[in-house]
Every structure is written in structure tokens, then in C-alpha cells.
Design a protein around this ligand. Sequence first.
Ligand SMILES: [Zn+2]
Length: 276
Amino acid sequence: MPELPEVETTRRGLAAHLIGLTVADVVIRNPMLRWPIPDNLPDLLRGQRIQSLKRRAKYLLMECGNGTLILHLGMSGSLRILPDDTPPTKHDHFDLVLTNGTLMRLRDPRRFGAVLWHSDDVHTHPLLASLGPEPLEDAYGEDNFDARYLYQATRGRSIAIKQCIMDNHIVVGVGNIYANEALFRAGIKPQLAAGKLSLPRCAKLVAEIRATLSEAIDLGGSTLRDFVNTSGQPGYFQQHYWVYGRGGEPCRICGAPIKQIKQGQRSSFYCQHCQK
Ligand SMILES: [Zn+2]
């Protein structure tokens, strides 16, 4: 599943190709994504100039003169830039055709992605309005996720800290992989009650969440060419994980076997020696 670093990598790759271009046409082959693609989208977008491409959580926000196209990659979506005569394949559900002879194509085999439109301030859209702060600096240079914020947001909470940092109301964009990795790096076991985390440990966790995501985004830069070419799969990158997906394997620090448990339907991986 695309996590925040893949979405940010996609955003950077697409922005370089799309900003300033004008939409020539919109092709909807299968509107039945997570929500139906609005059928008036071609009328709304034709002739509009793409002004910016921003990101909020895992939503890509393409600002045009008359509103914002909201894109989400869901479980299996990818967006690529292709020549506009590229024949579509089975899972290519949506194209944005540009006047310069290219197109942006959404492929989404599992169809949990989204293509939506919002004419007002996009941050008032129901999917975005109640989201917590970005873990990294946001599109407006605001930086609201810090130790004191996390400390206050977790007081009195008996929920596990891992589920807390994966809750979009607390902080957005920390998916399962990065939650596991950041907790290992911070030395915090995933099942610790969130309310028991001290302020210094909140500071450590915030720093490791930011570092883990930033490193993955930096790594993604080298895969950009993969998703703008015409063949192959999107550039979701494999990393050298500390704990994620390593149940039973030796901890890279102490050698103890990595434990695997379920928390809220998701797999958690941790070292019982290195994480308290
Ligand atoms: Zn260990």
C-alpha cells in the first residue's frame, strides 16, 4: 500500500511534469473507485490550468483555477505521466489529458483509490477537515507536530501508543510500516499505553517519526524515474527495515528474536529488549 513517503514521492514527480499545464480532456473509464468519480469532471477540468500540486496526509491536491482535484492512491493505486497515445490496460481507470501531448494516468487494480472534486477551500472537504497535523512540515510551511503536542494529545489515553500514532486525528500519514519502525528507533514498545509516555519520550518518538518518514522520502527520490516511464510498476521502494516484516528474525541491535503481535488487525513487530 502506498504510504506517505510514496505519496510524497509521487507528488514531487508529478509536480515537475504538471504544474502550469492546461487540461485538454478527462477520460473516465471506470468511475467506481472507493467513491464514484464525479461525472461532470470533464466539464469542470477542461481548459483549466494546473496551479499547484500539494499533499495533505495521503491525499494529493491538484489546485486548478475553479477548485481542487483530490486524488488518493488507496491500496494499490499509482499515477504516471505517459504520452497521450498510450493504450490503456485493464486497471487504467482515469486519465487527465494535457495540452502538451502527455497524460496523467491512474492505475488502481483494487479500486480503493479516489478521484474527487471540491470547489471551495479544499481543507473544508469532509475527508480533510478533521485531520490531525502533518508529521513533517506541511504545504504551508507550518510545523505543528512536536513533543508537547503529542504529550497533550495522549494524556489520559489507555490506547496503545502505536494505534495512537496511526490515528489520523492525532497525526496523519504514519502507516503501519513507519509506526513500527519509528517505535523501534525510539525504544518504545508498541503496546505501551499512550498516556504513560513521558514528555522526553514523546520528543524522541516525534523525532524518530519525522526521521523515518524523511529518510524514506529521500530514498524515494531515486525511484522517480520508475513511475514516469511507460513500463514497469510504480516506484514503491523497499527499505532495510529494523523490525517491520521481521518476526522471528534477530534484532539488528541486540540479536533477540523480533516479536510479532496483532494490534487492531495490524501486525506489530518489536524487540522486547530494545523497546520498553
Ligand atoms: Zn533488540
